[in-house]
Design a protein around this ligand. Structure first.
Ligand SMILES: C[S@@+](CC[C@H](N)C(=O)[O-])C[C@H]1O[C@@H](n2cnc3c(N)ncnc32)[C@H](O)[C@@H]1O
Length: 187
């Protein structure tokens, strides 16, 4: 079985192959691994928007994308909670990835928060095409991550089952709270 990160990457690849000319969001670009995965897919002809509140993360991501056609992506140094400032409400979204928590090798006090994550997820879910997915990799092993994980699970369990399928992919017999994946798919 794949670990959470590898599983999220497999899902993302499938989504990009399916919606190769679609609009994608990376809610937390960090060092740029996920957005790089989207835009470097050889089939990709769409556009990816990457958000991060840390300027250093945006710079790291920009470096990682230096060989990619800059028409394929937009990097935004702002909170994903403000996504409505950058993406119009009539734009359809085909996929999104959120790798939550803090930047590996960075300041551990700068971490994602349930309220802003959920604000962004709600905006995206309203603009998601049928079959489109939001993929979240959730880290509940640190204190604020546990709070965020609980907030997200509570809110998503209220999403309409007529409109969305919401699934968790989680190892339940491993120590130290390994990361897990949440997938939201529009029906
Ligand atoms: C686990 S890292 C992301 C790793 C990244 N996906 C990669 O491939 O390298 C989490 C990132 O979320 C960012 N972050 C925290 N709160 C945020 C917010 N409200 N909006 C956007 N980014 C945020 C942090 O600055 C950090 O870079």
């Amino acid at each position: 079985m794949l670990n959470a990160l590898a599983y999220s990457q497999q899902l993302l690849d499938k989504l990009v192959n399916k919606y190769y000319d679609g609009n994608f969001i990376d809610g937390t670009t960090g060092n740029g691994n996920d957005i790089h995965r989207i835009v470097s897919n050889k089939h990709f002809k769409g556009h990816a928007y990457g958000f991060d509140i840390q300027e250093q993360a945006i710079l790291n991501t920009q470096n990682k994308l230096e060989d990619i056609d800059s028409n394929r992506y937009t990097l935004i140094n702002d909170s994903h909670a403000n996504i409505n400032k950058y993406i119009k409400s009539n734009v359809t979204i085909h996929g999104a990835i959120f790798n939550l928590g803090y930047l590996p090798g960075g300041d551990h006090s700068i971490t994602t928060q349930g309220e802003s994550t959920l604000k962004s997820v709600e905006f995206i879910s309203n603009q998601l095409v049928k079959g489109g997915q939001i993929i979240l990799v959730v880290y509940s092993g640190h204190d604020s991550g546990k709070v965020e994980s609980d907030q997200i699970l509570n809110a998503l369990s209220e999403y309409s089952q007529d409109e969305f399928q919401v699934l968790t992919y989680q190892f339940i017999n491993q120590i130290n709270h390994p990361p897990y994946v949440i997938i939201i798919e529009r029906k």
